[in-house]
Write a protein that binds this ligand. Structure first.
Ligand code: ATP
Length: 310
């Protein structure tokens, strides 16, 4: 089984508005409200692939209840820990030129007792699972090294942890005693981490990925959008090449790639197949309007067009 963790979920609201008029009333008749947050995208894609997944993290208030109800309706297993505060809303105003204006709430403040309660649920689920995914930002009140603390909790188990976060919480996890099994930065996140620019031809990636910060991490997948991915697995490098596709909405493609990595690791597939799973699900997500959603009927057709150079 795969456990997917979302510490700061949201109810994502989208308002399609041709023009947003400032200082006036904007009416909208096509509102969409979905359970959001990077970990919930991971969960949904794994579930759509018909693989066993349970979603956990922190939820509170009416929006927390909305997310639980939504997951149950979709037939997704979930076991979230209750918090006092209210789960947040994230609003995207979609403009007709394809751009969007976003209003992102920072979310509730989490207490120490709430974290302890979550850890009991987390450990029970995670220690008997093959793979755990940790995705996204940490809410207020949660220490910046919290992902590192979760890695320590799992250090006696065989569970493989995929960490997909950025900034200081990623840095803390990489400098902690117990490393994640895998990480999936995009090139901006990698640049921010190492303080060096990824060159346009990607030729400096092998050097960047041998940086001491990554010591002890078995699998590093740098996702490169339409250019596929560059990967370090143990002591080998892989360039993953993907075909050109017709893109509708690439938001959440990174999360879908994490779903693919998790499935490959849980099934103990060879590394090349695991990377192809990750790329295929990222691409299938980019081909859909809905964030964190894939059309599984097109899986084989895409999978067979991915090539890997070692
Ligand atoms: P997000 O933060 O939106 O989840 P990301 O920046 O973490 O995304 P990307 O590198 O954009 O991740 O995308 C992950 C994978 O999805 C890519 O490696 C690729 O397989 C696929 N993908 C994303 N965008 C495109 C695109 N425009 N064309 C083809 N494939 C894409």
């Amino acid at each position: 089984m795969i456990v997917s963790v979302t510490m700061n979920p949201s109810v994502d609201i989208s308002y399609p508005l041709d023009t947003l008029v400032i200082n006036d009333v904007n009416r909208c008749d096509q509102v969409r409200k979905t359970a959001g947050g990077k970990g919930l995208n991971v969960t949904r894609v794994i579930h759509q692939m018909n693989e066993k997944v349970v979603s956990t993290g922190l939820l509170g208030g009416m929006l927390g209840a909305f997310i639980r109800e939504n997951l149950s309706k979709e037939g997704i297993n979930h076991h979230f820990s209750d918090i006092e505060g209210d789960t947040r809303n994230c609003i995207a105003i979609l403009h007709d030129d394809g751009k969007q204006t976003e209003v992102l709430e920072s979310g509730p403040v989490i207490s120490e007792e709430e974290l302890v309660a979550f850890e009991t649920i987390f450990l029970n689920l995670a220690k008997t699972s093959q793979v755990v995914t940790l995705s996204g930002s940490l809410p207020k009140g949660v220490p910046v090294d919290y992902y590192s603390q979760l890695l320590t909790l799992l250090s006696d188990s065989q569970t493989k942890v995929i960490l997909d976060t950025s900034g200081d919480s990623l840095k803390c996890a990489l400098t902690g005693e117990h490393k994640p099994y895998a990480i999936k930065p995009n090139s901006d996140e990698l640049q921010a981490l190492i303080g060096e620019k990824v060159t346009e031809d990607y030729t400096n990636l092998p050097d960047m990925l041998t940086h001491p910060l990554f010591d002890g991490v078995a699998l590093i997948m740098v996702s490169l959008g339409k250019d596929g991915a560059f990967v370090k697995y143990e002591d080998s490098f892989y360039r993953v090449k993907i075909p050109t596709i017709s893109v509708k909405n690439p938001v959440g493609s990174g999360d879908s790639s994490v779903a693919g990595l998790a499935i490959g690791l849980a099934k103990e597939l060879p590394i090349e197949d695991t990377l192809k799973y990750a790329m295929t699900l990222g691409m299938l997500n980019a081909m859909e309007d809905t964030t964190g959603s894939v059309d599984v009927t097109q899986f084989n057709q895409i999978y067979d067009r991915i090539f890997i150079d070692k």
